[in-house]
Design a protein around this ligand. Structure first.
Ligand code: NAD
Length: 428
């Protein structure tokens, strides 16, 4: 990891525990909604948290024990849904936060799901493909107590991808004795994946960015964009926004960033990243910049698409963008949120901005359950409709309550889950 990343990470670790952030956001929404105290208690905690310590055979024949988690925050509106992350900094509190955000994300878009998340503490860059497969299969087997098409459906997140999902689908299917494609989403097309799923989160980011620009009177052809993180979400967002006429002037990944105030040739950059594995070294860049410097560039739009806690009380006042679109989960601490609000920086919150991924995951699950597959144009049309509708509902609520888009999104989501919980009643 580049040293600037470690510094930013250390500052961030001091700044916020993601689960406390998630609970503070919920408390704020509960206050706006004047939510019943009993419901508040139910919804501000996760329902199930499962820790697994499991052995993996390494290439040199040794055995290493890894720790993983699967957390289900809520199952009231349907099966739990949420990705699986592989990262050295995965922690139970991070997974709990991510699972709670999944509940609200599914409710904002009105998908019939609750929220879950999984993670394994590991550094995938230090593991061979065989070791990654061994780790994934054993982790899948350990959490098979919880996952399945009717109960909890994983998907990719940071450092996991279609191949990871294929291994999980195969492991669960072998244990059942028959193929269960609807166990996970984000799979390869050849085993029941959906058209449009790899690009779905970035496409959703594009749709809400266009909506926000429309509201703010910002012309895409005049707007500059900086994107932190150039993985699945960041790179697709860059490609689609470039296609819409936005000028992408800076991008970064874990190794650092690049900047060209005249705009980057995104298709050429994607090719460079595919061949070298990083954005640095791209011939079309004017200068190299750090991840923290990228966040303070004089651009119209900032898109965090990496990890949590990137905007904190330490840097929020120096952000020059007028619009932040949270492609990543939890990039803004509550303190930074307040600073943005006071300074008039519009933030499209994660639970809305990156909901395109889970929306097409839902389409994939529906297609798998019916063994009937849709064309990409239909997927993209339905996705766009859901994202635009969610954006407008959130925006209306934010105006009605004279609050931020984040609280507008929370009000929409929390009310849907609270109403469902109230009408179901408390068992037994
Ligand atoms: P990914 O693993 O494909 O890409 C992550 C990117 O972030 C890489 O470019 C990596 O180099 C970079 N990165 C990692 N640590 C960094 C750091 N400290 N500073 C700067 N860059 C760093 O992951 P992804 O699937 O693109 O996920 C990115 C974010 O989007 C995460 O917050 C994830 O939870 C969220 N998200 C992903 C999806 C999805 O469908 N994949 C859906 C919703 C939300």
């Amino acid at each position: 990891m580049a040293s600037n990343v470690l510094t930013a990470g250390a500052e961030a670790a001091e700044a916020a525990n993601p689960y406390e952030t998630a609970q503070r956001q919920f408390d704020q929404a509960a206050a706006i909604l004047d939510l019943d105290p009993g419901l508040r208690q139910v919804l501000r905690e996760v329902r199930r948290e499962f820790t697994v310590n499991f052995p993996v055979r390494m290439d040199d024949g040794s055995i290493r024990v890894f720790t993983g988690y699967r957390v289900q925050h809520n199952l009231t509106r349907g099966p739990a849904k949420g990705g699986i992350r592989y990262h050295p900094q995965v922690s139970l509190d991070e997974v709990k936060a991510l699972s709670m955000w999944m509940t609200w994300k599914c409710a904002v878009t009105n998908l019939p799901y609750g929220g879950a998340k999984g993670g394994v503490i590991c550094d995938p860059t230090q593991l061979s493909l065989q070791e990654l497969e061994n780790l994934t299969r054993r982790y899948a087997s350990e959490i098979s107590l919880l996952i399945g098409p009717e109960s909890d459906i994983p998907a990719p997140d940071v450092n996991t991808n279609q191949q990871t999902m294929a291994w999980i689908m195969d492991t669960i299917s072998m244990e059942k004795g028959y193929s269960v494609p609807a166990t996970v989403t984000g799979k390869p097309l050849s085993i029941g994946g959906s058209q449009g799923r790899p690009a779905a989160t970035g496409r959703g980011v594009m749709v809400v960015t266009l909506e926000a620009c429309r509201r703010m009177g910002l012309d895409p052809s005049q707007a500059t964009v900086a994107i932190q993180g150039f993985g699945n979400v960041g790179s697709v967002s860059a490609e689609l926004l470039h296609g819409q006429g936005f000028k992408v002037v800076a991008v970064s990944d874990v190794f650092g960033g690049i900047h060209n105030p005249d705009g980057l040739d995104v298709p050429a950059l994607l090719e460079h990243q595919r061949t070298t594995g990083k954005v640095r070294g791209f011939a079309g860049a004017r200068e190299e910049i750090s991840n923290s410097a990228l966040l303070e560039l004089p651009v119209h739009i900032l898109i965090p698409a990496a990890l949590e806690n990137q905007f904190t009380m330490h840097n929020a006042a120096r952000v020059q963008a007028k619009l932040v679109v949270e492609a990543a989960n939890g990039p803004t601490t509550p303190e930074a949120d307040d600073i943005f609000h006071q300074r008039g920086v519009v933030v499209v919150p994660d639970i809305l901005a990156n909901a395109g991924g889970v929306t097409v995951s839902y389409f994939e699950w529906v297609q798998d359950l019916q063994s009937f597959f849709w064309e990409e144009s239909e997927i993209n049309q339905r996705l766009t409709r859901i994202m635009e509708q969610a954006y407008h509902q959130v925006d209306d609520l934010a105006q009605q309550h004279r609050t931020t888009l984040r609280m507008g999104a929370y009000c929409l989501a929390v009310k849907r889950v609270a109403d469902a919980t109230a009408v179901r009643g408390i068992y037994p």
